[in-house]
Design a protein around this ligand. Structure first.
Ligand SMILES: *[C@@H]1O[C@H](CO)[C@@H](O)[C@H](O)[C@H]1NC(C)=O
Ligand SMILES: *[C@@H]1O[C@H](CO)[C@@H](O)[C@H](O)[C@H]1NC(C)=O
Ligand SMILES: *[C@@H]1O[C@H](CO)[C@@H](O)[C@H](O)[C@H]1NC(C)=O
Ligand SMILES: *[C@@H]1O[C@H](CO)[C@@H](O)[C@H](O)[C@H]1NC(C)=O
Ligand SMILES: *[C@@H]1O[C@H](CO)[C@@H](O)[C@H](O)[C@H]1NC(C)=O
Ligand SMILES: *[C@@H]1O[C@H](CO)[C@@H](O)[C@H](O)[C@H]1NC(C)=O
Ligand SMILES: *[C@@H]1O[C@H](CO)[C@@H](O)[C@H](O)[C@H]1NC(C)=O
Ligand SMILES: *[C@@H]1O[C@H](CO)[C@@H](O)[C@H](O)[C@H]1NC(C)=O
Length: 386
């Protein structure tokens, strides 16, 4: 989630033992995003912490910080133990069982860069994230044949000035060669993780999320203006380097590209049609618009029609949620969740809800609290999918 809610103030070791390069069509056990349809959720608040997702956790450990960077600074030596406990408990195999029971086939898993590399200058914690990731992903793949999207949600220096991009106010990823190089080291590690998983065909690699260099006042965040053309050129340089890296190790692994809030149409011309690429678009409805629970499906449909590209590349909706700006209504949640799922399936390759678990108790306009609108497991408990 892009997390404006309440925070305006605020290596080289990835050579494959497995794959001689193959055209992506030559190995049918890999996913072809042009034909695959995913029914997904995000595992938010697990390997990346956000203030809004779990109020109890945040209140207990953050010391009032806006972001994970500050939370770790506040916890000092306790940051490691607190986060290791979080990794062991927030998402467990029981969650995967529950998600599978509701027909979930895709898990999009946000990670910080610190899961992959340990930068001495960073407050973000480098610990056993990948061990937990391995355990949960193996289980989801082997038990339910789920597909895993590994999302490196933050990158060194900060990709959007928000809590989730590294830290609040950090935009130093842009135009910074040192951070660019670190980011590619992160990607080497992710590729290595996938290649040594025993099931590389079950993964998609997503190397960035919601890059934005024009949101100092936050007004344009969530819109195409959040990323300037100059910023987009830097993002493009990075994505091309990632695609080349992945292709040189295993071209069957799809790269998922979250091109900020610009439409896929903006980027499509930058890649040859043969690129093993899928776009990820994010759609939220709780600000910048006159949305309500009553009219939400119209907004979703308009987004689906406008922002699904030209057909040159497949598009997957990697984040969305049903909170509206005004007049949220508990009774319309089921209709809106099902409408959204249906629309994203029809106009794109499916979607991943934000997020699997959410206990945040901030109130919303209309009825209820955020947790009533953002928690997929609640929707499962309420029987929306049975
Ligand atoms: C397809 O990929 C799987 C997983 O990497 C591998 O086990 C299998 O040998 C590959 N098949 C071909 C025909 O390359
Ligand atoms: C939200 O939850 C936190 C942590 O449990 C609690 O301290 C706070 O009072 C709650 N806020 C509301 C508005 O209920
Ligand atoms: C990471 O996991 C290993 C193996 O389970 C364990 O020995 C180690 O203490 C863990 N590290 C931390 C920082 O918890
Ligand atoms: C790159 O960013 C880092 C912080 O992430 C900063 O310390 C360094 O000075 C920056 N380099 C340049 C050339 O701006
Ligand atoms: C980044 O990596 C490139 C290629 O490996 C290297 O030529 C360049 O010096 C590096 N730049 C920095 C600032 O580390
Ligand atoms: C940055 O956002 C502002 C709105 O706050 C917009 O007017 C401007 O055109 C954007 N700048 C660029 C370079 O896209
Ligand atoms: C929200 O409800 C109020 C009161 O019924 C109504 O005046 C307003 O137009 C509604 N807003 C939207 C965006 O539907
Ligand atoms: C989605 O497709 C199904 C099956 O074709 C159809 O019944 C449904 O009306 C479509 N929904 C939307 C919103 O396009």
């Amino acid at each position: 989630m892009y997390n404006l809610l309440g925070y305006l103030a605020a290596l080289g070791c990835a050579q494959s033992a497995l794959a001689a390069p193959l055209a992506s069509s030559s190995n049918s056990s890999y996913i072809d995003w042009r034909t695959f349809k995913g029914n997904g959720v995000n595992l938010g608040g697990w390997l990346v912490q956000e203030s809004t997702i779990d109020s109890y956790f945040w209140d207990k450990y953050s010391g009032g910080a806006s972001d994970e960077w500050g939370l770790c600074e506040h916890l000092g030596a306790q940051c490691g133990p607190v986060l290791e406990h979080r990794y062991a408990t927030w998402i467990t195999k029981a969650d995967i069982d529950k998600l599978a029971s509701a027909g979930i086939t895709v898990l999009r898993i946000p990670t910080t860069y610190a899961a992959w590399i340990d930068l001495p200058s960073s407050q973000l914690y480098s610990g056993n994230q990948t061990a937990y990731l391995r355990e949960i992903a193996d289980y989801a793949i082997n038990t339910y044949n789920m597909h895993i999207v590994i999302d490196t949600h933050s990158l060194p220096g900060g990709v959007n000035g928000l809590t989730i991009g590294e830290a609040t106010g950090h935009w130093y990823w842009f135009y910074n060669e040192t951070n660019f190089n670190y980011s590619l080291q992160v990607i080497d590690q992710v590729i290595n993780f996938i290649q040594t998983s025993g099931s590389p065909q079950s993964y998609t690699l997503e190397p960035i999320s919601e890059p934005a260099d024009n949101n100092t006042n936050m007004v344009v965040f969530g819109t195409p203006l959040a990323l300037t053309d100059h910023g987009a050129a830097w993002v493009l340089k990075y994505i091309r380097a990632v695609i080349q890296k992945v292709a040189s190790v295993n071209p069957n692994i799809p790269v998922m590209f979250q091109g900020s809030f610009k439409y896929p149409q903006y980027w499509e011309g930058d890649f040859p049609a043969s690129t093993n690429l899928v776009f990820d678009t994010h759609h939220y409805y709780y600000e910048h618009m006159e949305s309500s629970s009553a009219n939400l499906p119209e907004y979703i449909l308009a987004d689906a029609r406008e922002k699904s590209g030209t057909g040159k590349f497949p598009v997957f909706v990697g984040e969305w949620a049903i909170q509206s700006t005004y007049n949220n209504t508990l009774a319309l949640r089921k209709r809106n969740v099902l409408a959204g799922l249906d629309i994203w399936q029809n106009y794109s390759q499916g979607s991943a809800y934000w997020t699997a678990k959410f206990t945040g108790n901030t109130s919303v306009d209309g009825q209820g609290e955020q947790k009533d609108y953002w928690c997929y497991e609640t929707f499962i408990d309420e029987g929306y999918f049975s």
